[in-house]
Ligand binder design. Structure first.
Ligand code: HEC
Length: 156
């Protein structure tokens, strides 16, 4: 009896030791994993943080409601043209100059440079400003036009 009782704590102690070692080993590994993943995550975080403002330049400014109609022909992704050219980088550019889009001769030879003023005239009535252009819709409402122009500026 005494023998058994004497053994039991010992076995328990042994088990505890084994368990404890396993735990420690696991902890050790966990710590190593963590040690590896923390710098990795730390490395990822600044990259993501760096990307967000970068993307922000292309996407973060929320398009105004009036821009919805433009979207059926224009993207704001650089180089991705639809029925109309991408509007990314259009601010400050010469009309009809973005690479990879087949503009009308009328727009290409217009000599316009896109800024708040020229865009305002353009968006009132593109065909009046540039007879022969293939963009035939405008934004009659001045407020909506202003919001869209500010959005285009924010894309640059
Ligand atoms: C039905 C299709 C269509 C819609 C809708 C449309 N556009 Fe266009 N847009 C065009 C086409 C086509 C061109 C190229 C015109 C040309 O080559 O003569 C163009 C050209 C432009 C240009 C000149 C781009 C450059 O590189 O010179 C701007 C700026 C522009 N659109 C802004 C807008 C905005 C802002 C809206 C929303 C109010 C809009 N467009 C709606 C088809 C459209």
């Amino acid at each position: 009896m005494l023998h058994t009782w004497g053994n039991l704590p010992l076995m328990t102690f042994r088990r505890f030791l084994v368990f404890g070692c396993t735990l420690l080993a696991a902890c050790g590994q966990g710590a190593t994993d963590k040690g590896d993943s923390v710098p990795a995550m730390a490395g990822t975080a600044p990259v993501t943080a760096g990307l967000s403002p970068g993307e922000g330049r292309g996407e973060a400014p929320d398009p105004p409601a009036a821009f919805a109609v433009c979207r059926s022909c224009h993207t704001v992704t650089p180089g991705r043209h639809g029925a109309g050219p991408s509007l990314a980088g259009v601010w400050g550019a010469k009309a009809g100059s973005l690479p990879g889009y087949a503009y009308s001769e009328a727009l290409k030879s217009s000599g316009i440079v896109w800024d708040a003023e020229t865009l305002d005239t353009w968006l009132q009535a593109p065909t009046k400003m540039v007879p022969g252009t293939r963009m035939i819709i405008g934004i009659p409402n001045a407020e909506a036009r202003k919001a869209v122009i500010e959005y285009l500026e924010a894309l640059k």
